[in-house]
Design a binder for this molecule. Structure first.
Ligand code: BYC
Length: 472
């Protein structure tokens, strides 16, 4: 095999050529990454040319270069947002000190754990979405799936860069382990719950990119506040890419809602399944599932881990520097919704131990905005139905609500009521089979599956009937 020029191969703004040790570590890791990509990345289509966006630098011109390429040839680069001269640690016990350019010894283990947890989600999502290509609703959607996949691959590179550059031998071991765990595997699962759930159909994919990628936005934003400057800068750049993933989710669901409403009006019925559409009730059940699984990703409402991450200066709040308080929070309180025996109550707690809940609150408000936009679309079609976010305690596996059964409207219900009604609240086997049955590939240029409306516009100014993936 011809020697690969890694300096050429790995676009970067971290001066890789000056760090031979790091370059060697990445050279060793790269073929293992490609093996993983071949084994666990998008099934089929690897030899096809896809119209993809590649980041080759962080400036406005370089971060979104569009062109055809085959996925294994994607240039997974390493980019950090430009340094802010004189940046300080903005919160916690080290507040006011210069941001760390090296790993602070006393927080090494905690920091590594945070980076590994973040890194683990990236390959996990690629694994979850592996089979979707063969049932794509259009070439446009197929291309968006692959764009998301290659960028999750790049986000894995971003975390591996931090591990290899700053954590020595154990960092390199963690980089290898990131390629060894597998989504949904009984023996070596991915770290966080949502990343072990299957994404077997495109409705799940859009729900995932709307709800679970949005957790990514909030976690990355909290890590972007970190006093460990390389982590902060990496996350800031990742957020620019994350925006597209959430766009795919929001417009994906929006287009399904639109199509469902069109079919409802055309056939004057709620039961659009007969006409190969996805009825609003089924959409609501999928929404309930993905939202609740994503809420779990914020951890418990009372968490000493979260308090420690903050006090140590490793993970801040969403928009930490825009908040007008002492950024130490030792005396401050925060009101959380939690469980008291068998009642849902709100309670004032220490602001430090409730930081997970606070981030979850920011996330919930953001989720609600998209749901409101879908509801506007339903209303515009003259249909009197609303999609809703279920109560935060609904179907939780992490935190105090994990101990009880909570209905979507926030009542604690008995096991018997839960069993009797869960088919109204969560996707049933019948729903899943129905949705799966709709997933028939549409690969003709400009054509879309019957259950989803075309997008309002194409990618990068291209027409909707552009050849986003060259299948011939
Ligand atoms: N599943 O004190 P607790 C993304 C564990 S998504 C399984 O309640 P803590 C993306 C927890 O690890 C963003 N385990 O919570 C999206 C802890 O275990 P240890 C990913 C869970 O630690 C789409 C124990 O329970 N980034 O980027 O305050 C596509 C007690 O934990 C779960 C991050 O998550 C769960 N859901 O917070 C691609 C940021 N929840 O330590 C990518 C980094 C909790 O006792 N991670 N546990 O063994 C963190 O900040 C924190 O680890 C968490 C948990 C927010 C996840």
């Amino acid at each position: 095999m011809a020697a690969v020029d890694y300096l050429e191969r790995i676009p970067n703004n971290v001066n890789l050529k000056a760090d031979r040790r790091l370059l060697r570590a990445l050279e060793e890791w790269h073929p293992k990454f490609l093996d993983w990509w071949t084994e666990m990345g998008p099934l089929g289509f690897q030899a096809r040319e896809v119209y993809l966006r590649t980041a080759i630098s962080v400036d406005a011109k370089g971060w979104a270069q569009f062109g055809y390429l085959r996925m294994p040839e994607y240039r997974w680069g390493i980019f950090l947002a430009e340094p802010e001269p004189g940046r300080a640690i903005n919160f916690g016990d080290h507040q006011g000190q210069p941001a760390w350019q090296e790993v602070p010894g006393e927080h090494r283990g905690t920091l590594r754990r945070l980076i590994v947890t973040q890194g683990d989600t990236e390959p996990a999502s690629v694994e979850q979405q592996r089979h979707l290509g063969r049932t794509c609703p259009s070439l446009y959607d197929l291309r968006n799936l692959f764009q998301v996949n290659v960028e999750e691959g790049r986000h894995l590179w971003a975390m591996v860069y931090l591990l290899d550059a700053y954590f020595g031998r154990d960092g390199r071991e963690e980089s290898e382990a990131l390629l060894q765990r597998r989504s949904g595997d009984r023996d070596k699962p991915r770290i966080l719950g949502a990343f072990n759930e299957p994404t077997p159909d495109w409705l799940s994919f859009y729900m995932f990119t709307y709800f679970t990628d949005r957790d990514g936005k909030y976690q990355l934003a909290a890590l972007a506040e970190s006093g460990f400057d390389p982590l902060s800068r990496t996350c800031r750049f990742m957020l620019t890419e994350e925006a597209h993933h959430m766009f795919v989710g929001e417009t994906g669901i929006g287009r399904i809602v639109q199509r469902t409403c069109e079919l409802m009006r055309e056939h004057k019925t709620d039961d659009v399944r007969t006409f190969d559409g996805i009825d609003l009730r089924t959409l609501q059940r999928y929404l309930n599932f993905h939202y609740s699984v994503s809420l779990d990703l914020f951890g418990s409402e009372i968490s000493t881990n979260a308090a420690n991450f903050y006090t140590m200066g490793l993970k801040g709040r969403f928009e930490e520097t825009k908040k007008d308080d002492d950024h130490r929070l030792k005396e401050a309180t925060y009101v959380v919704t939690t469980l008291d025996g068998d009642r849902v109550v709100t309670r004032e707690e220490s602001a430090l131990t409730t930081l997970n809940e606070r981030l979850r609150d920011d996330y919930i408000a953001d989720c609600a905005r998209g749901v409101a936009r879908w509801n506007e679309s339903i209303k515009r079609h003259g249909i009197d139905v609303e999609l809703t976010l279920p109560h935060r305690g609904f179907r939780r596996a992490i935190g105090s609500f994990a101990e009880v059964r909570v209905s979507p409207d926030g009542r604690i219900v008995s096991e018997a009521e839960w069993d009797a009604r869960k088919h109204e609240w969560l996707p049933t086997e019948d729903d899943k089979a129905f949705v799966q049955n709709l997933m028939r590939p549409v690969v003709e240029r400009g054509k879309f599956a019957n259950w989803i409306a075309p997008p309002a516009r194409g990618i990068n100014g291209q027409p909707i009937d552009f050849e986003y993936v060259r299948l011939a």
